[in-house]
Design a protein around this ligand. Structure first.
Ligand SMILES: [Mn+2]
Length: 202
Protein backbone atom coordinates (compact mmCIF):
# COMPACT_ATOMS: atom_id res chain seq x y z
CA UNK A 1 0.00 0.00 0.00
CA UNK A 2 1.40 3.35 -1.07
CA UNK A 3 -0.20 6.61 -0.19
CA UNK A 4 0.48 10.33 -0.46
CA UNK A 5 -1.31 12.80 1.80
CA UNK A 6 -0.86 16.51 1.51
CA UNK A 7 -1.66 18.18 4.81
CA UNK A 8 -1.79 21.90 5.41
CA UNK A 9 1.93 22.14 6.18
CA UNK A 10 3.30 18.63 5.76
CA UNK A 11 3.52 16.34 2.68
CA UNK A 12 3.53 12.70 3.76
CA UNK A 13 4.18 9.52 1.78
CA UNK A 14 3.57 6.15 3.38
CA UNK A 15 4.44 2.62 2.32
CA UNK A 16 3.36 -0.61 3.95
CA UNK A 17 3.68 -4.25 2.91
CA UNK A 18 3.12 -7.33 5.07
CA UNK A 19 5.61 -10.14 5.48
CA UNK A 20 5.37 -12.64 2.61
CA UNK A 21 2.88 -10.39 0.81
CA UNK A 22 0.20 -11.50 3.31
CA UNK A 23 -2.97 -9.63 4.15
CA UNK A 24 -2.30 -8.66 7.78
CA UNK A 25 0.64 -6.45 8.65
CA UNK A 26 2.15 -6.55 12.14
CA UNK A 27 3.18 -2.89 11.87
CA UNK A 28 0.69 -0.06 12.53
CA UNK A 29 1.10 3.66 12.08
CA UNK A 30 -0.75 6.90 12.50
CA UNK A 31 -0.18 10.57 11.75
CA UNK A 32 -2.24 13.71 12.08
CA UNK A 33 -1.84 17.44 11.81
CA UNK A 34 -3.43 20.01 14.08
CA UNK A 35 -3.24 23.78 13.99
CA UNK A 36 0.06 23.77 15.90
CA UNK A 37 1.75 20.44 15.37
CA UNK A 38 2.20 17.23 13.41
CA UNK A 39 2.25 13.92 15.27
CA UNK A 40 3.37 10.56 13.89
CA UNK A 41 3.69 7.12 15.48
CA UNK A 42 4.88 3.76 14.14
CA UNK A 43 4.71 0.47 16.03
CA UNK A 44 5.92 -3.03 15.12
CA UNK A 45 4.18 -5.82 17.01
CA UNK A 46 6.37 -8.72 18.07
CA UNK A 47 6.28 -11.54 15.55
CA UNK A 48 3.96 -11.18 12.56
CA UNK A 49 0.36 -11.74 11.50
CA UNK A 50 -2.81 -11.11 13.48
CA UNK A 51 -1.34 -11.14 17.01
CA UNK A 52 1.45 -8.76 16.01
CA UNK A 53 -1.13 -6.49 14.42
CA UNK A 54 -3.29 -6.54 17.58
CA UNK A 55 -0.32 -5.38 19.66
CA UNK A 56 0.86 -2.62 17.32
CA UNK A 57 -2.71 -1.48 16.70
CA UNK A 58 -3.40 -1.22 20.45
CA UNK A 59 -0.30 0.96 20.94
CA UNK A 60 -1.19 3.23 18.01
CA UNK A 61 -4.83 3.57 19.16
CA UNK A 62 -3.61 5.06 22.44
CA UNK A 63 -1.52 7.66 20.61
CA UNK A 64 -4.36 8.50 18.23
CA UNK A 65 -6.87 8.98 21.04
CA UNK A 66 -4.73 10.97 23.45
CA UNK A 67 -2.09 13.03 21.62
CA UNK A 68 -4.09 16.25 21.88
CA UNK A 69 -4.12 16.33 25.66
CA UNK A 70 -1.10 14.36 26.81
CA UNK A 71 2.65 14.58 26.50
CA UNK A 72 4.90 11.97 24.93
CA UNK A 73 5.70 10.38 28.30
CA UNK A 74 2.02 9.90 29.15
CA UNK A 75 1.38 8.51 25.66
CA UNK A 76 4.11 5.89 26.14
CA UNK A 77 2.66 4.95 29.53
CA UNK A 78 -0.70 4.34 27.87
CA UNK A 79 0.81 2.36 24.98
CA UNK A 80 2.83 0.26 27.42
CA UNK A 81 -0.23 -0.39 29.55
CA UNK A 82 -2.14 -1.49 26.45
CA UNK A 83 0.43 -4.31 25.97
CA UNK A 84 -0.64 -6.15 29.12
CA UNK A 85 -2.62 -8.91 27.42
CA UNK A 86 -0.76 -8.57 24.09
CA UNK A 87 2.50 -9.77 22.61
CA UNK A 88 4.33 -6.47 22.95
CA UNK A 89 5.57 -3.94 20.42
CA UNK A 90 8.32 -1.50 19.63
CA UNK A 91 7.19 2.10 19.22
CA UNK A 92 8.46 5.48 18.08
CA UNK A 93 6.42 8.67 18.46
CA UNK A 94 7.39 12.15 17.34
CA UNK A 95 5.87 15.60 17.26
CA UNK A 96 6.84 18.49 15.00
CA UNK A 97 5.90 21.70 16.76
CA UNK A 98 5.07 24.21 14.00
CA UNK A 99 5.32 27.18 16.34
CA UNK A 100 8.58 26.37 18.15
CA UNK A 101 10.02 24.70 15.01
CA UNK A 102 11.12 21.71 17.06
CA UNK A 103 10.91 17.95 16.74
CA UNK A 104 10.36 15.96 19.93
CA UNK A 105 10.61 12.19 19.89
CA UNK A 106 10.85 9.06 21.98
CA UNK A 107 11.54 5.52 20.89
CA UNK A 108 11.56 2.08 22.49
CA UNK A 109 12.98 -0.60 20.25
CA UNK A 110 14.12 -0.67 16.66
CA UNK A 111 11.77 1.68 14.79
CA UNK A 112 14.24 4.20 13.38
CA UNK A 113 13.69 7.90 12.79
CA UNK A 114 15.95 10.27 10.86
CA UNK A 115 15.47 13.78 9.67
CA UNK A 116 17.28 16.02 7.30
CA UNK A 117 17.27 19.81 7.48
CA UNK A 118 16.91 22.16 4.53
CA UNK A 119 20.60 23.00 4.98
CA UNK A 120 21.66 19.35 4.73
CA UNK A 121 22.16 18.35 8.35
CA UNK A 122 21.15 14.75 9.08
CA UNK A 123 19.92 14.03 12.62
CA UNK A 124 19.71 10.55 14.16
CA UNK A 125 17.64 10.46 17.33
CA UNK A 126 18.89 7.53 19.41
CA UNK A 127 16.38 4.76 20.10
CA UNK A 128 16.34 2.85 23.39
CA UNK A 129 16.63 -0.91 23.28
CA UNK A 130 13.79 -3.16 24.40
CA UNK A 131 10.09 -3.24 23.68
CA UNK A 132 6.81 -2.35 25.34
CA UNK A 133 5.60 -5.34 27.30
CA UNK A 134 3.44 -3.78 30.02
CA UNK A 135 6.35 -3.67 32.46
CA UNK A 136 7.58 -0.24 33.59
CA UNK A 137 10.03 1.30 31.17
CA UNK A 138 12.14 4.42 31.50
CA UNK A 139 11.79 6.80 28.59
CA UNK A 140 14.27 9.22 27.07
CA UNK A 141 12.72 12.19 25.29
CA UNK A 142 14.80 14.09 22.77
CA UNK A 143 14.16 17.50 21.20
CA UNK A 144 15.87 18.97 18.13
CA UNK A 145 15.42 22.12 16.06
CA UNK A 146 13.27 21.38 12.99
CA UNK A 147 12.92 24.16 10.44
CA UNK A 148 10.53 24.38 7.55
CA UNK A 149 12.04 22.40 4.66
CA UNK A 150 13.08 19.51 6.92
CA UNK A 151 12.27 15.96 5.81
CA UNK A 152 11.78 12.97 8.10
CA UNK A 153 11.99 9.23 7.51
CA UNK A 154 10.54 6.75 10.00
CA UNK A 155 10.69 3.02 9.31
CA UNK A 156 10.23 -0.43 10.80
CA UNK A 157 13.07 -2.97 10.63
CA UNK A 158 11.53 -4.58 7.53
CA UNK A 159 13.10 -1.76 5.52
CA UNK A 160 16.79 -2.49 5.29
CA UNK A 161 18.61 0.80 4.94
CA UNK A 162 22.26 0.36 4.11
CA UNK A 163 22.90 3.87 5.35
CA UNK A 164 20.60 6.72 6.34
CA UNK A 165 22.85 8.89 4.15
CA UNK A 166 21.60 7.05 1.05
CA UNK A 167 17.95 7.87 1.46
CA UNK A 168 17.84 10.34 -1.40
CA UNK A 169 17.51 13.39 0.83
CA UNK A 170 19.23 15.36 -1.90
CA UNK A 171 16.67 14.36 -4.55
CA UNK A 172 14.53 17.17 -5.88
CA UNK A 173 11.33 15.88 -4.33
CA UNK A 174 10.22 13.82 -1.37
CA UNK A 175 8.24 11.74 -3.86
CA UNK A 176 11.46 10.73 -5.67
CA UNK A 177 13.07 9.65 -2.40
CA UNK A 178 9.92 7.74 -1.50
CA UNK A 179 9.82 5.92 -4.85
CA UNK A 180 13.53 5.13 -4.67
CA UNK A 181 13.08 3.43 -1.30
CA UNK A 182 10.06 1.50 -2.61
CA UNK A 183 12.16 -0.11 -5.37
CA UNK A 184 14.33 -1.78 -2.70
CA UNK A 185 11.39 -3.72 -1.24
CA UNK A 186 10.51 -7.21 -2.42
CA UNK A 187 7.03 -8.38 -3.43
CA UNK A 188 7.12 -10.86 -0.58
CA UNK A 189 9.37 -9.32 2.05
CA UNK A 190 10.78 -11.46 4.88
CA UNK A 191 9.36 -9.07 7.51
CA UNK A 192 6.55 -6.53 7.67
CA UNK A 193 7.75 -3.28 6.09
CA UNK A 194 6.49 0.20 6.86
CA UNK A 195 8.04 3.55 6.18
CA UNK A 196 6.85 7.12 6.04
CA UNK A 197 8.72 10.02 4.56
CA UNK A 198 7.44 13.54 4.87
CA UNK A 199 8.47 17.15 4.43
CA UNK A 200 7.61 20.15 6.57
CA UNK A 201 6.86 21.94 3.33
CA UNK A 202 4.78 25.00 4.10
MN1 LIG B 1 9.68 -6.04 12.13
Amino acid sequence: MKKNQQLRRMDVFSFQRAKGGQETCGDSFFFEETEDYFVCALADGLGSGVDANKASHAAISEIRSHHALENIEQLFLRANHAMKDKRGAVLTVFFVDYVKKELTCASIGNIRLFFHSATGKLTYPLPQSGYLSGRPQKLKIQTFPCEQGSTFLIHSDGLELRSPRNVGWQLKSTKSAFEQLATSIEEKPTDDVTYLIGTFAR
